[in-house]
Write a protein that binds this ligand. Sequence first.
Ligand code: PLP
Length: 388
Amino acid sequence: MTSRKLSRRSEELSPFHVMDILAQAKALSQQGKTVYHLEIGEPDFATAEPIVDAGIEALKQFKTHYTPALGLPELRDAVAEYYDRKFSLKISPQRIVITPGASGALQLAISCLCDAGDNVLLADPGYPCNQNIAHILATETIAIPVSAENHYQLDATSVAQHWNGRTRAAMVATPSNPTGTILPKQQLISLSELVERKQGRLIVDEIYQGLVYENEDYTALEVSDECFVINSFSKYFGMTGWRVGWMVVPEFYVDAIDRIAQNIFLAPPTISQYAALTALKAETQVILDARRDEFKRRRDFLLPALQQLGFDIAVKPQGAFYIYANCERFTDDSFSWVKRLLIEQGVALTPGIDFGTHQANIHCRFAYTQSLEKLEQAVDRINAFISK
Ligand SMILES: Cc1ncc(COP(=O)(O)O)c(C=O)c1O
C-alpha cells in the first residue's frame, strides 16, 4: 500500500480558524445573502494603474527570465532611494534583498539565523504565520503575552525574562497585525539594545509601513543597522497578489541569504519586480497616500462606532487596517460568537484564536478593508446582533 505518512511538522501545523469563517461566508454569498467581509487582511483597492501598466509593459518586453536571487539590481537601488527619500537614511543597496513578499523574507530571516531546536521570541497576539513558518523550519517559538500597557508589543523586560540559551531572535511587527498598534520608538530602542547585548537579532516586520495615521512613521533602521527589517509591496503599495517584498539585513548575512534564496525561491517574480519599480516612484505615492487617507477615514469611523457598541479597545490603533477589540461584554467564546454573527447577520470577523492564545477567546479582529458605506452597514448589523 502507498504510504500516506505526513511529516510531523506538517501534521502539527494549526489551521486558521478564519478559513471556517471564509467557507461559511462563501456559502452565504452563494445563497444570495450579503456578507460584510471584515475578516480580510488585504486592501480592497486593486493595484494602482501605473503599477499594473508597468507589469504589462515588462511582459510585453518579454522580461520573463529569472533575476538574480537577491533581486533586480535596479529595484534594490530603488528601495535604497526610497529610504533616503522617506527617512533621509543612506542604506547600501547591497544590504537590500528582494523577496517573494514579507513571507519570503520571514523564511529567509529564520533560515539564516536559526538551527533546529533554536527559538525565536514573538508577541501573543501576533501574526500567526510567524509561528508556523518557524515550525516548518524546525525552529521553536516562545510566545510572550502582550497587552495594552506595552502597546501590544514586546518590550525589553519581557524579552529578557523569556530569553534562553537557544534564543536567536526576537520578532516584532510595527504597526502590528492584529492590533494596528505601533511599537513606540523608545521601546524599540531598549529592545534593540537588549537583543544586541544577548548577541541575538531583532527582526522587525514593517509590512504596514506607510499605513500610519498619526505619530511618526519611522523605520527600525533609524535605530540600528544590526536588525533585520522586513517590508513588502503587499499592503501600502496594494500588491498582495504580486508576491514581492524586501528585507534589509546587516551586510554579514547577505551571502548566506543569497545561497538560501537561490535554493528555495531561485528568484522573486520578475514581472512583479518591474512593477514594484513603478510602485516606489514619487508620482505613484500620491495615489497610495490617497488610499492611506481613505483607510484613516474608515478607522476614524469604525473605532468610535465599535466603542459605542460596547467593545473595549484599550490602545488606539495607529496604523495597518485592523482593530483588535475586546468583546468580553458579549461573549467569553469569541470563535463561536463570530460564527453566530456571520450566520445571523452576515458580518465576517477574525476570531482572537487565530493570533495566539493570550485572552484570545475574548477578542476579535475587525479589518477595515471595506468601503465606509459597507462598514456603516456592518456596524448596524452588529448592533442588531448584540441588541437581541
Ligand atoms: C504582519 C505581517 N507580516 C507578513 C505578512 C505577509 O505578507 P506578504 O507575504 O503578502 O508580504 C502579513 C500578511 O498579512 C502580515 O500581516
